[in-house]
Design a protein around this ligand. Structure first.
Ligand code: ADP
Ligand code: MG
Ligand code: ZN
Length: 609
C-alpha cells in the first residue's frame, strides 16, 4: 500500500467512526421515545390528572404521563408563560416535579470541543502519520521495537535446524551451556563472552544460528536490526538500545540479537562528510551497554554482519564482541544436509537424490537451498505430480540461480576443475617447501571474490622472516598459476590476486628490505606523502630513473626464478597434484589431516625440492 492509499484508508476509518458515533447519539435520543406534544395537550393531561412526572427547564418541559392501557409515556413540550403551572401541578397531584438549569451553554461547549477534537484528529492523520511513514515511527521515540520470540514449544528452532556450519555450532555450544545455567559458570569462575559476532555472507544462517542458541537454551530471544537504530532524530537509536537491554535484563537469562550490526557499527571517521551523529550515538550506547552489563545477569548479545571488515575496532575489543564466529558458505556435505532439513516437509520421489543437487550447487548458501526446495515443490504442484522428482529439483536450481548475482556464483564443471588444480598448486608447493605456514584447509567453495582458497595458518608467532622464507612464500603464491600452466597448458585470470601479492612482496624485498644483491642493502622507499592529501596523490620517488630500472629488473628476476622453481616442484610431483585436485573436486574442502594422509601415501615421484 502506498502512503496515499494508507491515508485514504485512515480517512475512511475516521468518517465511519464519526458516523457510528452520530448514529449512537441519535439512538440514545430515540430510546427515550419522547413524543413532542403541544402545550395545550400537556395542560389537558395535567387537568386529567394522568401526568406523573415533570422536569422543567427554561427552554423545555419533559415528563411522563399514564396513557391508555396503563402504559407510561414520555413527552416533551416547549414552555409558555404560565405563572400558575406549579399550582396546577400541585393540584392535579403530579408525583414529582422539579426544575433543571439551562444546559445550552454546555451543549455549545461540547459541540465546540468536538470541533477541536476533530481538528486534532485530522492533524494527526495528515501530519504525524506522514512524518511517521517518512521517518519510520518517529513518535514511538525511544522505545525499542525489538521482537521478542518466546520460544513456543511448537516452532522452537534448535541446532538440528541448522546444517553446514558445524564449527560455528560448536563454538556457540558454550554460550548455550552458559545460558542454561549461568550460576554454574559463575561458580567455576569462567569468563563468558558478552558479545558474539557472527559474520559471513548473507543467507548462510546467521540469524538462524542466533535463534537456535536461544532455542537450545530455552531462553527468550530479543531481536532487532541495526538499521532500526538509525533514525531521523539524534538520540532515538541510543534510547532504543537502552530500552532493548533493559527488556532483556528483565527476562534474563536471554539472548539479544542485533542483525546488520554494520548499519550502526561502521568505523567512525573523522574528516570530510564523515560524521553521522545518530549512528555514532547509537554505537556509543551499544558500547556503554556492553561495558556496563555483567554476564552474571545472564544476557548475551549476539550480532550478525556480512561486513566484519567495516566494523568499528572499538566493537571488537576484549570484553565486547570478543568472540567471533565465522559462518561460511556450506560445503558439499553441508549443502546436502541443509537440503535434507528443508526437504523434511516435502514429499520427494524415489529418484530425487539430494546429493546430486548438492553436487551441482557449489556457492549456494542455506537461504538459496531453502528457496530451491520450495521452488521445486511449487513446480511439482503446478505439474500435478504426486512427489517432487529430480527433474523439478534440477529445474529449481536454474530458477534460484536466475538472479545476476547468483549467476556469477554458478561455476561450471570445467571452471571447477581449473580452480581445483589452482588451489592444489598452492597447497602442494606449501607442503613441499620448508618455512611456509602449514596448510590448514583448502577449499574450492567461492568465498567473496575468491573462487577458492588455501588457508595457511602459522604455528607460532614470528618476528623475523628470512629471505628464504619470503622466497618460499612467493613460490606458494606462484603455485596456482603454475599448476594451471602445467595441467591445462593455458592460464586464466584466477591468479591475478596471487600475482599482485607476489609482485608487491618482491618489490618490498628489493626496495624496503635490502634483500637483493644487485641493489644492495639500501632502502628505496617511496614517500608516504601528506596524510591529508591521501597516500596515492602525493607520491614522489627519491631515486634516479636508472635505479628505478634496476629495481624493476631485480623484481622481475626474483619473480621469474620463483616461477621456475615452482614449476619444477609441481612437475616433479604431478601425481600428487592430481591426487589433491581430485580429492578437492570430490569433497570441495580438504583439511590438514586429509592432506597429510595424501602426502603420506607412497607416490613414485615424491621428493622434497
Ligand atoms: P543470514 O542471517 O545469514 O543472512 P538467515 O539465517 O536469515 O541467513 O537464513 C535465511 C533462511 O535460510 C533461514 O531461515 C533458513 O531457512 C535458511 N538457511 C540458511 N542457512 C541455513 C543453514 N545453515 N541450515 C539450514 N537452513 C538455513
Ligand atoms: Mg539474517
Ligand atoms: Zn591462487
Amino acid at each position: 500500500m502506498n502512503p496515499l492509499q494508507r491515508m485514504a484508508k485512515q480517512l475512511v476509518i475516521w468518517f465511519v467512526g464519526l458516523a457510528v458515533l452520530l448514529a449512537l447519539f441519535q439512538n440514545v435520543k430515540s430510546v427515550q421515545q419522547e413524543s413532542e406534544i403541544a402545550y395545550s395537550a400537556f395542560k389537558e393531561k395535567l387537568r386529567a390528572g394522568v401526568v406523573t412526572e415533570v422536569t422543567m427547564r427554561p427552554d423545555l418541559i419533559r415528563g411522563r404521563f399514564g396513557a391508555a392501557g396503563g402504559k407510561i409515556e414520555a413527552f416533551r413540550t416547549y414552555p409558555l408563560p404560565d405563572p400558575d403551572l406549579v399550582k396546577e401541578m400541585t393540584e392535579s397531584k403530579v408525583a414529582l416535579y422539579r426544575g433543571e438549569p439551562d444546559k445550552t451553554w454546555m451543549t455549545a461547549l461540547l459541540i465546540n470541543l468536538g470541533w477541536v477534537v476533530l481538528f486534532f484528529a485530522l492533524w494527526w492523520v495528515f501530519v504525524i502519520r506522514q512524518v511517521n511513514m517518512g521517518g519510520k515511527q518517529a513518535l514511538s521515540f525511544g522505545k525499542s521495537r525489538a521482537k521478542l520470540n518466546q520460544n513456543d514449544k511448537k516452532k522452537k528452532i534448535t541446532f538440528v535446524d541448522v546444517a553446514g556450519c558445524d564449527e560455528a555450532k560448536e563454538e556457540l555450544q558454550e554460550i548455550v551451556l552458559f545460558l542454561k545455567d549461568p550460576a554454574k559458570f559463575q561458580r567455576l569462575g569462567g569468563r563468558i563472552p558478552k558479545g558474539v559476532l557472527l559474520y559471513g555472507p548473507p543467507g548462510t544462517g546467521k540469524t538462524l544460528l542466533a535463534k537456535a542458541v536461544a532455542g537450545e537454551a530455552g531462553v527468550p530471544f530479543f531481536s532487532a536490526s541495526g538499521s532500526e537504530f538509525v533514525e531521523m532524530f539524534v538520540g532515538v537509536g541510543a534510547s532504543r538500545v537502552r530500552d532493548l537491554f533493559e527488556q532483556a535484563k528483565k527476562a534474563a537469562p536471554a539472548v539479544i540479537f542485533v542483525d546488520e550490526l554494520d548499519a550502526v557499527g561502521r568505523a567512525r571517521f573523522a574528516g570530510i562528510g564523515g560524521g553521522h551523529d545518530e549512528r555514532e550515538q547509537t554505537l556509543n550506547q551499544i558500547l556503554i551497554e556492553l561495558d556496563g552489563f555483567d554476564t552474571k545477569e545472564g544476557v548475551i548479545l549476539i550480532a550478525a554482519t556480512n561486513r566484519p571488515d567495516v566494523l568499528d575496532p572499538a566493537l571488537l575489543r576484549p570484553g565486547r564482541f570478543d568472540r567471533h564466529v565465522g559462518v561460511a558458505a556450506p560445503d558439499l556435505r553441508g549443502r546436502e544436509a541443509i537440503l535434507k532439513i528443508h526437504a523434511k516437509d516435502v514429499k520427494l520421489g524415489p529418484d530425487a537424490d539430494l546429493s546430486v543437487i548438492a553436487r551441482r550447487t557449489p556457492g549456494l548458501v542455506g537461504a538459496d537451498l531453502a528457496n530451491l526446495i520450495n521452488e521445486s515443490a511449487l513446480l511439482a504442484v503446478r505439474r500435478d505430480k504426486e512427489a517432487v522428482s529430480l527433474h523439478e529439483l534440477e529445474e529449481a536450481i536454474d530458477r534460484v540461480m536466475a538472479g545476476p548475482s547468483r549467476k556469477s556464483r554458478m561455476i561450471s564443471d570445467a571452471e571447477k576443475k581449473v580452480i581445483a588444480y589452482h588451489e592444489s598448486g598452492h597447497t602442494l608447493v606449501a607442503k613441499m617447501l620448508p618455512g611456509t605456514d602449514p596448510v590448514h584447509k583448502v577449499s574450492i567453495i567461492p568465498r567473496g571474490p575468491a573462487l577458492g582458497y588455501t588457508l595457511q595458518l602459522p604455528t607460532e608467532d614470528r618476528y623475523l622472516t628470512s629471505k628464504t622464507d619470503i622466497l618460499n612464500r612467493l613460490c606458494v603464491l606462484m603455485g596456482g598459476r603454475c599448476a594451471e600452466e602445467l595441467v591445462f597448458s593455458e592460464i586464466t585470470t584466477g591468479a591475478s590476486d596471487d600475482l599482485n601479492k607476489a609482485t608487491s612482496y618482491a618489490r618490498k624485498m628489493v626496495t624496503e628490505l635490502g634483500m637483493s644483491e644487485a641493489i644492495g642493502p639500501i632502502i628505496y622507499k617511496k614517500d608516504e606523502g601528506e596524510v591529508f592529501l591521501g597516500r596515492d596523490i602525493a607520491r614522489g620517488q627519491n631515486y634516479s630513473d636508472a635505479t628505478a630500472q634496476a629495481i624493476d629488473a631485480e623484481v622481475k628476476r626474483i619473480l621469474g626464478e620463483c616461477h621456475d622453481k615452482t614449476r619444477t616442484i609441481l612437475a616433479k610431483n604431478k601425481a600428487l597434484l592430481e591426487a589433491i585436485a581430485n580429492r578437492l573436486l570430490e569433497k570441495e574442502v580438504v583439511d590438514a589431516a586429509e592432506l597429510d594422509a595424501l602426502f603420506a601415501r607412497p607416490l613414485p615421484q615424491q621428493a622434497a625440492a
